[in-house]
Design a protein around this ligand. Sequence first.
Ligand code: LLP
Length: 416
Amino acid sequence: MDYFIYKNDELWVEDVPLARIAKQHGTPAYVYSRATLERHYRAYDNALQNHPHLVCYAVKANSNLAVLDVLARLGAGFDIVSAGELERVIRAGGNPAKVVFSGVGKQPWEMRRALEVGVRCFNVESDIELDRLNAIAGELGVKAPVSLRVNPDVDAGTHPYISTGLKENKFGIDIEVAPAVYARAASLPNLDVRGVDCHIGSQLTTLAPFLDALDRVLALVDNLAEQGVEIKHLDLGGGLGVTYNDETPPQPGEYVEAILARLGDRKLELILEPGRSIAANAGVLLTRVEFLKCTEHRNFAIIDAAMNDLIRPALYGAWQAIVPVAPHNKGDEKAWDLVGPVCETGDFLGKDRQLSLSAGDLLAVRSAGAYGFVMSSNYNTRNRPPELMVDGDQVHVVRRRETLEEQLAPESSLPL
Ligand code: LLP
């Protein structure tokens, strides 16, 4: 459930009409709903209230400081994959002691910084990463808390680019060899083995792959206990899908219930790293139709947002709903390709959409709150759009529209 709702045939976000936002702030623009972010975070937190847990929002999904701030105020933890994301969390008021640090290629300086601020845990993805972390913790005279990210070899049944739990993927440590790697980790003097971690992919729409992975991870936990390695927490990563079109992913409550049922009486704290399921449907990309260009073969609506603003359709062939802000001439719909001004045939946000359109119309690309702005670029020297956070009847500019000056500032010409 989200707070982008039609009232009197006009699309609103919370208590503000999107048309008013477009008038005041221009297009294209990302618009987020605070109430939606809060609702989605609480769906996890409430479902877990009777079990020791930490919901670590995956910062990569949407790392705007205001988004992190909203979640930090609710007590969220954060899953980060770079020192840059760590600084964002700290800047937004997040607690480093609730941060888990994931990623296959952590740099020494990133590990150092994370140890200095006291992150909750490092999700270590390889044998050699253990050595690097052990050495740096030794230099600082601290013990690094670690969890090994295991690869349980299950098919997440999602897009190959966002599937991560198969043996052929670069992520994690093969679950078969994990006991040996745990034994090594436990023998290294500057590491403190705390947990097991796994993340099998993103936009999963059924529970089965999660539960297959969980069964394998629990077998590993039991096996480690026999080996004398006590695991205190289980981090199951993110990955729960959202409704972009007609998908019916499990709700966070259902997912959590299924996990808890399988834990039995094991004393394991549960960590989750949801990104998309918190942020995606808490945001839209607001855009305006510039021109309608109908050819013998296709009807193109050329809009002011492009692949540089939202890359998912071009990159993954992702489908996101595109809806009119003020629907008109119903019954007069035809199939439109919504394309941007970028010089590439792959520059589309939607194809074959049944819409009734006129030049100047406003459209909202739904489900754009996750992996939207964060994956934007300056391709074609386009300024990145602003990000706005709606809170009730208030609209806050949480990132202003970029200017050409800002884009060009880091560059210089050659000396004469
Ligand atoms: N934890 C780890 C270790 C991850 O790699 C990811 C996402 C998450 C948590 C959060 O997963 P989520 O709950 O959002 O599914 N750009 C792609 C998605 C890439 C996901 C990468 N990892 C997209 O736009 O579909």
